[in-house]
Design a protein around this ligand. Structure first.
Ligand code: F6P
Ligand code: MN
Length: 285
């Protein structure tokens, strides 16, 4: 697994070097109907080609591919789930985007709680790598030689009043509207960039809650269970926080397909308990 993690970190370096080459749209859409950036496709290609060449994993599922790729003659049985460039609509305005990866012992259509490692590489003013592989959550910073140096170990999510709310307020479902109102009354400050990975990195280090809820007309929300919710969910949970769909722990969900989407609440346990209580009450009442 360490060989795989080092290989993926190396690909992060390559992806980082691509930002100068292009900030353009690809002129195509992915299976979720989202406009792809040229770099979405390129980063996807870098990762898939590299994994095929090294044969370090058996299964690859990425946000840009419609089916699970199975590698011939793999050296290991690992399955990886990848969002090659999360937040890519922000590339052309130079805001932070990232690569999100989860590693399973085998098949990727598995509960998030069975992941053996999760990581993300965040391309901001610094390039950082955040990893949880059974020994707590760690941060690494890429230096001028392109090497990742450990900067924080056993990261724990602090208790703080930040909230990152996705979706339009006019479409909020009643329990969610109540939750947001409560956070605002409690003095939570707004932090939403349009890049899930960047927003979650802030929540991991500074506390609070990120949500992309289910909303009127799209009760399952927007974000992907395999590629976004689960890997970030493992990291935030291993840091003492939690992730929920508003009813239950997302890491307990068995995926039905690689393109499953889910409402997301991720952050401090206190905030996750509050939304679960409000949704439960709205259903019982
Ligand atoms: O990958 C999907 C994504 O770009 C996330 O990174 C981000 O949190 C969300 O979509 C933003 O969605 P919207 O543009 O609807 O606010
Ligand atoms: Mn994404």
């Amino acid at each position: 697994m360490s060989e795989l993690i080092l290989f993926l970190a190396e690909q992060g370096k390559t992806i980082k070097s691509g930002f100068l080459k292009s900030q353009d749209k690809a002129g195509t859409r992915n299976m979720y109907g989202e406009e792809q950036m040229a770099l979405d496709k390129w980063a996807d290609d870098v990762l898939i080609k590299g994994l095929k060449k090294t044969r370090l994993v058996r299964y690859i599922a990425t946000e840009e591919q419609p089916v699970i790729i199975e590698i011939e003659n793999p050296k290991n049985q690992f399955g990886v789930v990848i969002d090659p460039l999360d937040g890519s609509s922000l590339i052309d305005v130079n805001l932070a985007v990232g690569t999100i990866i989860g590693i399973y012992p085998g098949n990727v259509l598995d509960k998030g709680k069975n992941m053996i490692a999760a990581m993300y590489i965040l391309y901001g003013p610094l390039t950082t790598l955040t990893l949880s592989a059974g020994n707590g959550v760690c941060d690494f910073v890429m230096d001028e030689k392109g090497e990742f140096n450990l900067t924080a170990q056993d990261i724990r999510i602090p208790d703080a009043k930040l909230y990152a709310p996705g979706a339009l307020r006019k479409d909020y479902l009643p329990a969610h509207a109540k939750f947001i109102e409560e956070l605002e009354n409690e003095g939570y400050k707004l932090r939403f960039s349009g890049s899930f990975v960047a927003d979650m990195h802030q929540i991991l280090h500074k506390g609070g809650v990120f949500t992309y809820p289910g909303y009127a007309g799209k009760e399952k929300g927007k974000l992907r269970l395999l590629f976004e919710a689960n890997p970030i969910g493992k990291i935030i949970t291993d840091a003492g926080g939690a992730i929920s769909n508003g009813r239950t722990d997302i890491l307990e969900m068995k995926p039905t397909a690689i393109d499953d989407i889910t409402p997301i609440y991720a952050g401090g346990k206190k905030e996750i308990r509050l939304i679960e209580k409000m949704i439960a009450e709205s259903q019982s009442g």
